[in-house]
Write a protein that binds this ligand. Structure first.
Ligand code: GLU
Length: 447
């Protein structure tokens, strides 16, 4: 069995949008392609901002996309494991208490910047004696805990960025535990990655610097770091980072309500930022087979809703009748295979089938600009049964009788039969509309 285990680790502090759901999709596709497992882990240590509602929302969004997980975990269930790891780091002298207040740290930082020095924590707390610590605690101060970065070569192999080196001297010792005793994201994430035997960490490039810290913590806990892949973040079409407020339309919930197909979104996001062709696929397995994480480049990636419209339409146009029967039935639009084949090239959203079902089954308000032309056309309607050749036989007869041709022939017929200027090919629609309704509509009756 494959040793590949990957994870999607959202914090349930907001809704998923096109940007952050890429982490879920990439990890899922990577797991499928490698025959590995996919862990959904809720990074919910921030109790002030994490909510049950957001957690449910994430699960709903993932289920909609079909990104089902094999394993589930949430960090709030695993505090004992993080405490044990913290004790281990303390015993090894790698986790030390600090007593500076936020205001004191801020002053230090400003002083360093004024002296044109990098604002790296000066480790003053490491020099505190036990008596000094006791005195500070007697004043009512509670420590926060920092991980002591070692001055050692800190590098990792990244499937997208190649060999990446982080200079630990350019970083402050990271705070792992807050003064109220709560864990920040870093340590729980490392402990989970070790305990769940995560083989590959696939996440956004905004985490590259964290990775240097996490590599050191992983080693300090006696484990081997996973393989990393940091992909470029998705920007808006005009090159801004996506924002919750300005880009609310790109939340998964909103895309779902707009009527996009989950597999269209999957197909777009799986290939955006690679040089691989963006093509609709029926199944996630097919997307996974063609997914290669190393094809993701380092350049900026922009999300253009027009691309989603395009692939959504292309996806609908390739759907076989069998794949949509249930949905058509549920919408009371199942007028059979020929109907689906006739109308699908005209769909931008699935729900557009309602319009075409009404055009076929009526009632349609016919538009008749020349009643005598319409009457002449009605008079030469062939007798049933009707099939794919009926349209050309009929229009040939109308042309002969009236002398009309080209647009002057076809547009009045389309307007009378459908009430609309555009729509699916009439050759396909006409047999579905049938002689009775066609005749009525040509005489101006709504049927
Ligand atoms: N909870 C973190 C986030 O949403 C997870 C990052 C990671 O993949 O390690 O950014």
């Amino acid at each position: 069995m494959s040793k590949v285990v990957v994870r999607f680790a959202p914090s349930p502090t907001g809704n998923l949008h096109v940007g952050n759901v890429r982490a879920a999709l990439f990890n899922y596709l990577f797991a499928k392609r490698e025959g590995g497992r996919f862990l959904l882990r809720l990074d919910d240590t921030d109790q002030d901002r994490s909510t049950e509602e957001y957690a449910k929302g994430i699960e709903t969004d993932l289920a909609w996309l079909g990104l089902n997980h094999d394993i589930f975990a949430k960090q709030s269930d695993r505090i004992a494991e993080y405490e044990a790891a913290a004790e281990k780091l303390k015993a090894a002298g790698r986790l030390y208490p600090c007593y500076e207040t936020a205001a004191e740290l801020d002053r230090k930082r400003k002083r360093q910047l004024a002296q044109k020095k990098p604002p790296v924590y000066d480790r003053a707390a490491l020099a505190l004696s036990d008596d000094e610590k006791r005195a500070l605690e007697a004043e009512g101060r509670r420590p926060h805990w920092r991980f002591k970065l070692a001055d050692e070569e800190t590098s990792f192999d990244d499937l997208i960025h190649g060999h990446t080196r982080i200079d630990p001297n350019s970083l402050s010792d990271p705070v792992l535990i807050r003064e109220d005793g709560r864990f920040l994201y870093t340590l729980p994430s490392v402990v989970d990655d070790i305990d769940f035997a995560i083989s590959h960490v696939i996440r956004g490039a905004d985490h590259v610097t964290n990775t240097g810290v996490q590599v050191q913590i992983t080693r300090a806990l006696g484990a081997t770091p996973p393989v990393y892949a940091h992909y470029s973040l998705l920007l808006s079409v005009d090159g801004r980072p996506l924002s919750k407020r300005e880009d609310a339309d790109f939340s998964l919930r909103s895309l779902r309500e707009t009527g996009y197909e989950p597999m269209a979104l999957n197909a777009l996001l799986a290939r955006l930022g690679t040089s691989d062709a963006i093509e609709p696929k029926l199944l996630l397995e097919e997307l996974a087979a063609g997914f290669d994480i190393t094809h993701l480049g380092r350049a900026d990636i922009r999300f253009d809703p027009a691309d989603l419209d395009k692939i959504n339409a292309a996806f609908l146009h390739m759907l076989p009748y069998e794949a949509v029967m249930g949905r058509l039935g549920a919408m009371k639009c199942d007028l059979g295979r020929d109907f689906w084949e006739a109308v699908k090239p005209n769909l931008a959203r699935f729900r557009d089938v309602e319009l075409w079902a009404r055009v076929v089954g009526g009632p349609v308000e016919p538009v008749i600009e020349d009643a005598s032309f319409a009457a002449a056309a009605a008079a030469v309607l062939p007798s049933e049964p009707w099939g794919p050749e009926t349209w050309s036989a009929w229009t040939g007869a109308v042309k002969e009788k009236t002398g009309a041709k080209g647009k002057a022939l076809f547009m009045p017929l389309r307007l009378a039969l459908t009430g609309l200027e555009h729509g699916p090919e009439l050759k396909n629609l006409l047999p579905l509309i049938g002689r009775k309704r066609a005749e009525a509509r040509l005489s101006g009756l709504s049927l």
